[in-house]
Design a protein around this ligand. Structure first.
Ligand SMILES: *Cc1c(COP(=O)(O)O)cnc(C)c1O
Length: 364
């Protein structure tokens, strides 16, 4: 990294992107592959963009071994639009959808589903400010949910699901994977749909990746506005209207970058190592402590506090001056949050530990 120009960015989203991808994007904005036209200026109906779209889909499918019965869509409106688009399509007024409530985002998803049908809370960790993933013995599913919604990584609270057991075999699982998609291997076959706003682990804000099984698409309501039916986007290969072309371009390049890193297994290995290093430091620190319970800790968002908000603020400023930005925690947890997504380099984690150590010896 060129330290004179770029600093370590721990922002939760929009977040850091791989440096080679940014360089390619820089070039492509000026002149895409020698076409004499920049990627922002190409028609979405033209061959150049169609090639980018095909490439994005193909790489995505290969990366996560996505079976042919799943469609890969690039939509707009963020993950937040999926909060209502999914229930709009599948939840009828007399039916019930199940929600695991493990943070603010799953609460928001639940609130949207309520507009369309019955909802059932399988479990909640709100009693301890979402600092843990409720253990399986506390999960209670409804009789016949049309789907079960889960948030794989709780960006704000720094907790994450680490295994997918405990769900009924026949349940249609819908997963909001906005903040951990492609950070580790993913068994797509376990899910009916997976969605993710791009701006954490995949690309720029403004594009949402949706991976959805064909039978669900076919089952969706036909009464909805055209843009809100998944089948519209499936039929038109994400080009019913103008898709977020630049977002798709960057995502395709991020997929390629992940492949070059060795794929999802290699990503997981690196992410596990980065998070472990950080938690290891925090666990022995006399000044800082992690806020998430041990078994539920996220590899993507590491939340921690000193216990004194003024001291937290001092640390955030101290870190900022040392070239570490974006460490301020979300207001609902306070303290600090280090978001260390796929593109975040190991040397940045090491640097954060050094800066914490330094601060600790000053304040201790
Ligand atoms: C950021 C985030 C969202 C919201 O995404 P938008 O694209 O801003 O709508 C939803 N769910 C999770 C888990 C997130 O991290």
């Amino acid at each position: 990294m060129n330290r004179s120009e770029r600093i370590f960015n721990f922002s939760a989203g929009p977040a850091i992107l791989p440096e080679p991808v940014l360089r390619e994007a820089q070039q492509a904005i000026w002149n895409l592959d020698g076409t004499g036209i920049g990627v922002l200026e190409h028609s979405h109906r033209g061959a150049a963009f169609q090639e980018i779209l095909d490439d994005a889909i193909e790489r995505c499918r290969r990366l996560a071994d996505i079976p042919p019965e799943y469609h890969i869509l690039f939509l707009q409106g963020g993950a937040s639009t999926q909060f209502f688009m999914a229930p709009m399509n599948w939840l009828k007024p007399q039916d019930t959808a199940d929600y695991l409530v493990t943070g603010s985002w799953s609460k928001k998803a639940l609130a949207e589903a309520r507009r369309f049908g019955n909802v059932h809370v399988v479990c909640s960790s709100e009693d301890r400010n979402f600092s843990y993933i409720p253990p399986r013995e506390r999960w209670q599913f409804s009789e016949r949910p049309v789907y079960v919604h889960v948030t794989s990584n709780n960006t704000i609270y720094g907790t994450q699901f680490h295994d997918w057991s405990g769900f009924p075999d026949d349940a249609v699982l819908i997963c909001d994977a906005s903040s951990d998609i492609f950070s580790r291997p993913l068994d797509v076959r376990r899910f009916g749909m997976i969605y993710a706003g791009a701006q954490k682990n995949l690309g720029p804000a403004g594009v949402t990746l949706v991976i959805v099984r064909d039978d669900l698409v076919q089952r969706g309501s036909e009464q909805l506005p055209t843009m809100l039916q998944y089948r519209t986007h499936v039929k038109a290969n994400s080009c019913y209207n103008t898709p977020p072309t630049f977002g798709v371009f960057v995502m395709a390049r991020v997929f390629r970058w992940i492949e070059q890193q060795g794929g999802l297994e290699a990503m997981a290995e690196r992410n596990r190592r980065k998070a472990a290093r950080l938690y290891e430091y925090l666990d022995q620190s006399r000044l800082f402590r992690p806020t998430a319970e041990k078994e539920s800790r996220s590899w993507m968002n590491v939340t921690f506090v000193t216990g004194d908000p003024e001291r937290d603020a001092r640390f955030i400023e101290f870190a900022r001056q040392a070239g570490l930005d974006g460490l301020k925690g979300h207001r609902s947890v306070g303290g600090m949050r280090a978001s260390i997504y796929n593109a975040f380099p190991e040397e940045g984690v090491q640097r954060l530990i050094e800066v914490m150590r330094d601060f600790e010896s000053r304040e201790g």
